[in-house]
Design a protein around this ligand. Structure first.
Ligand SMILES: Cc1cc2nc3c(=O)[nH]c(=O)nc-3n(C[C@H](O)[C@H](O)[C@H](O)COP(=O)(O)O)c2cc1C
Length: 321
């Protein structure tokens, strides 16, 4: 069924399909759920009914998260939210690669701004994590303070391709993050770092002691069909590196930090590999586009079948023993 709808949506320009998908989601008719205690997980203190969350970027302005929360996700990430309204990069800024089950985007962090998002946020039955982003790292503690009371946790985005320059001085990012006083779970979303970026990313992680890690964002690539000439690759091609990074962070922190794996997770088997590599949960974005509105439920059901075969009783048991 979704095959047909996908063909129709994929015949349109990606941002137009996104707007149509959001209208369909806001109808509230797309509902799905897997209820099985064996899927429950805890991520840095957030209790989630299942380990498959929605990654940041789909509901940037907190407009449909209440409905997304009823579509089988264990948790939903809204944002990334910036302080002021931003248009983002010029279009075209998303391109699809269906043969690779991939996307390249250079949205450039469009946002309706924090005041708009604060008006929309309300408590729903599924945990909601707000992703925040700021070009001035010292703006992050202020955004955090404003949004934390309204959500289950806050994710700091230091990883969009748009920002990579900011990371060149890890000490500035660390010093800015040290200004955060969190009462709710904190998450740091890191890039799919290269070997030469590893030390500065690890130093930021060290400085952000109580933050769980979301590993990670898209991979920066050159892309001629995008107006700015580059973008972030997401989907299947980045899954291998995403898992290497999860393993690296797990080993570096001796398994003491909660980790959410993100990057090219499409199936229960991908989720199982990510949990085995050391993650407590996974996040998806591109799989939601390619597999459809019930992607989270499909992944959870596939994961349950693997758990049955291996006689595993809980998600926690899968995490790197
Ligand atoms: C169109 C698009 C917009 C995105 N916007 C954001 C964003 O605003 N903030 C963020 O942290 N990540 C953003 N991402 C990255 C995703 O959250 C995710 O980290 C990345 O796509 C890798 O996961 P995937 O392979 O499951 O898509 C975006 C991704 C896409 C495709």
């Amino acid at each position: 069924m979704y095959g047909l709808i996908r063909r129709m949506l994929f015949s349109l320009e990606p941002e137009k399909s996104h707007r149509i998908a959001k209208i369909a989601i806001s109808s509230g008719l797309l509902r799905s759920q897997v209820t099985n205690n064996r899927l429950k997980t805890s991520v840095n203190g957030i209790q989630s009914d299942n380990p498959v969350g929605l990654a940041a970027g789909f509901d940037k302005d907190c407009e449909v998260f209440g409905n997304l929360a009823r579509m089988g996700f264990g948790f939903v990430t809204v944002g990334s939210i910036t302080k002021d309204k931003r248009e983002g990069n010029p279009k075209p800024r998303i391109v699809r690669y269906p043969r690779d089950a991939a996307l390249v985007n250079a949205m450039g962090l469009p946002s309706k701004g924090i005041d708009y998002c604060l008006k929309n946020l309300k408590s729903v039955e599924t945990p909601v994590i707000a992703s925040i982003a700021s070009f001035d790292p010292y703006g992050i503690p202020l955004l955090h303070k404003a949004i934390e009371p309204l959500v289950s946790g806050v994710e700091i985005n230091i990883s969009s391709p748009t920002f990579r320059g900011t990371l060149e001085d890890a000490s500035i990012v660390s010093s800015a993050l040290s200004g955060i006083r969190n009462e709710k779970p904190l998450f740091l979303k890191i890039p799919h770092y290269t070997e030469s970026e590893r030390d500065s990313i690890l130093s930021i992680i060290d400085g952000c002691k109580n933050a769980a890690i979301v590993a990670g964002n898209t991979k920066k690539v050159e892309e001629k069909s995008i107006a700015v000439g580059y973008g972030g690759l997401s989907g299947r091609p980045i899954n291998g590196r995403a898992l290497e990074i999860v393993k690296d962070i797990f080993d570096y922190t001796s398994g003491k930090k909660s980790i959410i794996a993100c990057g090219g997770i499409f199936s229960g088997s991908d989720a199982y590999s990510a949990l085995s590599a050391g993650a407590d949960a996974v996040e998806i974005y591109t799989a939601f586009i390619y597999r459809g509105p019930f992607a989270a439920t499909m992944i959870n059901n596939e994961l349950l079948r693997i758990m049955d075969d291996k006689q595993i009783m809980s998600v926690g048991e899968i995490r790197k023993a």
